[in-house]
Design a protein around this ligand. Structure first.
Ligand code: XMP
Length: 323
């Protein structure tokens, strides 16, 4: 019968056998799937696995630290963190158009990842022959039965993987659904914040700033997003909502009154949604008192923000993200 214990045992044995004394690499995104896949492979082959995490500077507050500290502490995994914030911000300078932002972020991500990969491969160790991917069962089905190719998840991941890929794939979650993956992650001792994480887009906060992406605006949005997440968690709503993008309308200003004076600041949009699979979604009917707390705190605590608005659009017609 199916138990998480069995799944882990079987996978660990199979991965050990397959990898032998070779090495594997795995890209970590901060999401559940790549984290659980990496933790499973790390359990099997220890430091024959190297994980790569690209910090593009578009993560939310605390997320990079979660990977750098908590994930490493829980798994003992060998992790290379590439600090690429400046590179991404430079590439995004002056860009407001959503698709262009996505393309730039995807392109830079692949470049940085490949460079890190090349450095790992070039060192003295045994051959790096395997690439670990957090492909789930629904991903396999969605892309037509699963051919074992590397770009199965390209519609989910930032930009996908290069086509001339020379690695063999290890996909230990191929037969699992999301809730099963969370159970496996829990059994492997991963922190709750990683295992129960809601979906977050690969391009990160870069597509939650309507307008140009700058460090200053990212910091501001990070503060607002942290407040919203904190209050939703405190209200026990994390499992009821699918996700709640927090969006900064950097190109919009409105008049407000704060303290003793007139302000001319930016609106923050809350976009809480309920969904089964993100294909369709409904706006979440959050309790008014929770919305009130979030609004009061954001306007009090986040500089340059004088208005909080609620997105009450279903998908369709609105997508979950604003860009
Ligand atoms: P939309 O905005 O299309 O989003 O309704 C559907 C779901 O996908 C997430 N999303 C992404 N995830 N890379 C990802 O890994 C992306 O480029 C991306 N764009 C959107 C979004 O957060 C929602 O859960």
């Amino acid at each position: 019968s199916w138990t998480t214990g069995n799944v882990i045992e079987e996978q660990v044995a199979a991965i050990r056998e397959r990898v032998g004394d070779k090495r594997a690499i795995c890209g970590l995104s901060g999401g559940v799937d790549s984290a659980v896949a990496a933790a499973l492979v790390a359990r099997a082959i220890g430091d024959q696995l190297t994980c790569v995490y690209v910090d593009h500077g578009l993560m939310r507050k605390g997320e990079t630290e979660q990977v750098e500290k908590d994930f490493v502490a829980a798994t003992g995994v060998k992790l290379v963190v590439v600090d690429a914030e400046e590179r991404f911000l430079t590439a995004l300078k002056g860009v407001s158009e959503p698709e262009e932002k996505r393309k730039i972020i995807g392109r830079e991500f692949i470049r940085v990842f490949e460079q890190a990969q090349a450095e790992i491969i070039a060192d003295e160790g045994p051959a790096v022959e395997f690439l670990v991917q957090g492909t789930l069962y629904p991903d396999v089905v969605e892309s037509g039965g699963g051919t074992g190719t590397a770009n199965i998840k390209s519609h989910h991941n930032v930009g996908g993987l290069p086509e001339d890929l020379e690695f063999q794939l290890i996909e230990p979650l191929r037969k699992l659904f999301k809730d099963e993956v969370r159970m496996v992650g829990q059994e492997l001792g991963l922190p709750e914040e990683i295992v129960q994480r809601q979906p977050f887009p690969g391009p990160g906060l870069g597509i939650r700033i309507v307008g140009e992406v700058t460090k200053d605006r990212l910091d501001l949005l990070r503060d607002a997003d942290a407040i919203a997440r904190e209050e939703l968690t405190a209200a026990g709503l994390d499992r009821d909502i699918w996700q709640c993008p927090v969006v900064l309308l950097a190109d919009v200003r409105s008049v407000g009154v704060q303290g003793d004076g007139r302000t001319y600041g930016h609106p923050i949009v809350l976009r809480p949604v309920s969904s089964e699979d993100a294909m369709t979604a409904d706006w979440s009917r959050l309790p008014y008192d929770v919305l009130a707390r979030i609004s009061t705190r954001i306007t009090n605590e986040v500089r340059d923000v004088n208005r909080v608005v609620l997105d009450v659009t279903s998908k369709p017609p609105g997508t979950i993200e604003w860009e």
